[in-house]
Design a protein around this ligand. Sequence first.
Ligand code: SF4
Length: 370
Amino acid sequence: MPAQLLDHPARRAPTAARLWIPKHVLVTRSAAGLPHTAEILRRVAAHGVADIRVLTSDRLPTAPKDESEREAYARAKATMAVVVAPPSALKPQPIPPSADWRLDLARGCPAHCQYCYLAGSLSGPPVTRVHANLDEVLAPIATLTGTGSVTTGNALRGDEGTTFELSCYTDPLGIEHLTGALATAIERVGTGRYGDGASLRFTTKFDAVEPLLALRHGGRTRIRFSVNAAEVERFEGGTARMPARIDALRRVAAAGYPVGLTIAPVMPVDGWQEAYGRLLDDVAAALSTVPAVDLTAEVITHRFTPASKQVLEGWYPRTKLEMDETVRSVKRSKFGGVKYVYPRETMRELRAWFEHEVPARLPARLLYQT
Ligand code: SF4
């Protein structure tokens, strides 16, 4: 192995993962009696949370009137609510191009990414709501396996089976030490509890993978790490640093999990070719000792909507993140929604670069670029 790889940051011994510990835990009335709630409360108490309140209704308290937007944001991000998933979360939706279906173990995330895609999709203060009716959340895996329009029956991705994406509305690894929901889902699917043919996938910016390593995953959960160039990582507050994420990737790959990179949000920062080249090389170095790694890559460029921009500017008023409509192109959805993406020429350059460099630098299958 080249000498420069031996002391590569991604190869050094892992330090203990930094875990998010909420300051406040709220339990709604309907969630209070459920068995998964008991497990969550056991974990929360073990992590030293003192402020645990069981509510007399299913409504979360509103912010005090004299609280500023900053204070409301800080309080919400320090709060975990244990709730019963609403009916909408129990009816999986297709989630192209990632997976056939979306399942929500939780809604909300404790991290502070200044571009967070949840800003445009979840309304209200950013409390992390974890779902207590876990059995109901996971039940559709049994009924939907064999159906779907993304990986099921797809010539290129059919080997993944019917896919269920767990990270649309949360970062499930960032809260796993408090819920155990991810481990439950991984083992149930891994041991065929919902039949054969289903697989889970999630992406994360955290690194606390230790509790997942010995699970009976059966190769049926693809763990992807959201990775980025250092120039973009600075917008990702409260997450694990890049070398720690890459080392976590190595560890789950060595434990036999199929793995992946979610390279997102890609930004054409100054010297982006070198910056993303370094990132891919760091991953290659970390995985160089893992035999027969099953690695995929997904590449997603940065975009924003009028609603997400407004929310993010409220949460991060001093952000240096570029959200300038005048240098972007407009992309309209079939329902009339507007997204601001990079101009066509920039998109073309980014696409061509990743299309060439991902397979050139990594033993990876590039699943899609958006
Ligand atoms: Fe949002 Fe993901 Fe960052 Fe959490 S880790 S704040 S979900 S972008």
